[in-house]
Design a protein. Structure first.
Ligand SMILES: [Zn+2]
Length: 226
């Protein structure tokens, strides 16, 4: 996670910075990261965000651990389990989260965004995370911002800024490279401070309510030239 000082320093503020993605290798590393993710879910649940484990890449594992699938999913922390049930299993209950993580330990966390959930998300493809934070700050908006790796053929090729907002209005606005995500939409959240395909650039502040979609859309609108 970057500090405010880091973001203000132009030398440490390149326009595009590829994420360093480190997937845990080996059972001990995986277990440690999965436990870390489970503890981060308590924080998310305390905001009222309903969450569930991400894909853990181990679905194809044979019973008894006899053989690993030849190509375990390399994007484990970016999407929910393929089963359609993820929308229904999201929860803020610590007990239910313990059960989910015991059944399907994962190092990624997926929140349910939009619809009746208390969070939604807005993806920005034309500005860097730092630019998004700066534009919002100019109009007094402090909102959580995620840096999410963009991936093609399992390789990280760039990043996308995702702003966590309070509502996903219908019809969904989409303008100047800013898209309010359709709902119910899985929002990948970090399960650790760094190392996965997603990280906080500006972490949530519980005392500051999430902004409305329209306010963020307006803040990110390109300046009009006279
Ligand atoms: Zn997967």
């Amino acid at each position: 996670m970057q500090s405010v000082q880091d973001l203000a320093d132009p030398l440490s503020n390149p326009r595009r910075r590829l994420m360093q993605v480190q997937r845990p290798h080996g059972d001990d590393a995986f277990r440690h990261r999965a436990e870390e993710a489970r503890s981060w879910t308590d924080l998310y649940a305390s905001y009222g965000w309903q969450v569930t484990p991400s894909c853990n890449g181990r679905r194809g594992q044979a019973p008894g651990g006899l053989s690993l699938p030849p190509f375990p999913c390399p994007l484990q922390d970016l999407h929910p389990e393929a089963s359609p049930g993820w929308e229904k299993e999201v929860t803020t209950s610590p007990y239910a989260l313990d059960v989910l993580w015991a059944e399907r330990p994962a190092y990624g966390v997926i929140a349910r965004g939009g619809g009746t959930a208390v969070v939604a998300s807005l993806a920005v493809d034309v500005l860097t995370c730092d630019e998004v934070i700066e534009r919002m700050a100019r109009v007094g908006i402090i909102a959580p911002v995620l840096r999410t790796a963009t991936v093609r053929e399992f390789r990280v090729i760039g990043e996308r800024a995702t702003v966590v907002i309070s509502n996903a209005p219908q019809p969904l606005p989409q303008a100047h490279g800013v898209t309010v995500q359709d709902w119910p939409h899985p929002v990948p959240l970090p399960g650790a401070a760094a190392g996965g395909h997603v990280e906080w650039v500006q972490a949530p502040v519980p005392e500051i309510p999430l902004p409305q979609a329209a306010a963020v859309m307006a803040a990110l609108r390109p300046p009009t030239r006279p």
